[in-house]
Design a protein around this ligand. Structure first.
Ligand SMILES: Cc1ncc(COP(=O)(O)O)c(C=O)c1O
Length: 403
């Protein structure tokens, strides 16, 4: 029997598995692991959201199959969010769809619009589904640098289009970026839309971190560019904004043809998220938004404790303006061993787990990603452990010894 399945053959071994196995082994032998490995929010949703969910559980009709496009009220609530946050008009009937998390939406849009032989432009490093959604769909990838490469980004984009036969079908962009935490301005989106419209390339924007920003600068939406809806669709999510990652509720909004294509595929695959979750998600989007300020304040405090602590310990890393991640270049002393070995050593010797950058693509070599998912007490402990680890390996700190 043939078990050499085409799609499975295209999936490399899971890069994080090695570090995860070490993490589990350390825990099993009773060691404490301070875990910055995954971007999994550790806080619950706001009480009014939970109450709405509980209330709607008592509606006997709420337990039936839902609708794969999402309940109308939730699509309207998404349109309301786009209007008040970005000044963008979204038709909830034709330009919005609810997904089982934005990850499902990205993966099924990839299925809907690409076939073997198609080329998709994807950033490297990237959140894995940006690449693997298309790999699973059978498409070929061409990697682009992320936006902080400045003019090189557009040079490489031009070259990629010039030398791809057939011409790329779509480009994936993700700002604020996971894993690099880079942000872009509206002008960047304007240039992307101009270029892609000219070349007939769809733009797929992942705005999962729309509300996770710290320095008073809300990230824009690509849909703010006039005419963007002609070629662009954007994914947003309840997961990080409202601490609802396990609920699996996300959205796509924008271009009608892409929304219809995604809706068509989904209509064959799912019946939508459990209705009480959608009702509560509607309450989240339409209700008081103070919980978002609390979420930001929490990550900002953690970011500052971690980044200040690492820098003072001799590990120089930039402070992320957005997202729940610190993207840290590993100290020079460790560059030669590579980030996989560095992550393992850090776990074994400091009891701190991080995500090795190569898990996000080859351009992630030299970096690790630290998720702000431990409390400040544990972050301080991690910094102390890391400081000891670094000094044992010849990296010198500039902290007063009592800190
Ligand atoms: C950039 C990015 N997009 C999408 C997702 C998936 O979000 P969801 O929970 O909506 O599927 C994540 C989750 O970490 C992410 O970092």
């Amino acid at each position: 029997m043939n078990d050499d399945f085409y799609r499975i053959r295209r999936l490399p071994p899971y890069v994080f598995a090695e570090v995860n196995a070490l993490k589990q082994a350390a825990r099993a032998s009773g060691d404490d692991v301070i875990d910055f490995g995954m971007g999994n929010p550790d806080q619950p949703p706001a009480p009014h959201i939970l109450e709405k969910m509980q209330e709607s559980l008592h509606n006997p009709r709420a337990h039936r199959y839902s609708t794969s496009r999402g309940i109308p009220g939730l699509r309207k609530a998404l349109a309301g969010y786009y209007e008040r946050r970005f000044g963008v008009d979204i038709d909830p009937e034709a330009e919005a769809i609810v997904t089982l998390g934005s990850k499902e939406g990205l993966a099924n849009l990839a299925q809907a619009i690409s076939s073997p032989g198609d080329t998709i432009l994807v950033p490297n490093p990237s959140y894995p589904i940006h690449a693997f959604g298309f790999i699973i769909a059978g498409a070929s990838l061409r990697y682009l640098p992320t936006a902080s490469s400045g003019p090189e980004f557009f040079e490489r984009l031009k070259r990629a289009v010039e030398y791809s036969v057939p011409k790329p079908v779509a480009i994936v962009i993700n700002y604020p970026s996971n894993p690099t935490a880079e942000v872009v301005d509206l002008d960047f989106y304007g240039q992307i839309i101009d270029f892609c419209r000219h070349h007939g390339i769809y733009v797929l924007s992942d705005l999962a971190y729309a509300e996770v920003y710290f320095d008073g600068n809300p990230p824009p939406s690509v849909l703010q560019v006039p005419g963007a809806k002609d070629i662009a669709v954007e994914f947003t999510s309840m997961s990080k904004t409202y601490n609802m990652p396990g609920w699996r509720i996300g959205f796509a909004a924008g271009n009608r043809e892409l929304i219809a294509a995604l809706g068509r595929v989904k209509s064959y695959l799912d019946y939508g998220a459990f209705t009480p979750l959608q009702v509560a998600a509607t309450a989240a989007l339409n209700g008081p938004q103070g919980c978002i300020d609390d979420m930001r304040a929490l990550y900002k405090e953690r970011r500052d404790v971690l980044v200040d602590g690492l820098n003072a310990s001799g590990w120089k890393c930039p402070s992320p303006p957005a997202t729940m991640f610190v993207w840290a270049p590993i100290p020079d002393q460790f560059k030669e061993m590579g980030v996989m070995n560095f992550a393992k050593l850090l776990l074994q010797e400091a009891g701190v787990a991080v995500a090795p950058g190569v898990g996000f693509g080859e351009e992630g070599e030299g970096y690790v990603r630290l998720g702000l998912v431990e409390n400040t007490h544990r972050i301080r402990q991690a910094v102390r452990n890391i400081r000891g680890f670094l000094s044992r390996h010849g990296v010198h700190d500039d902290l007063p010894k009592s800190a």
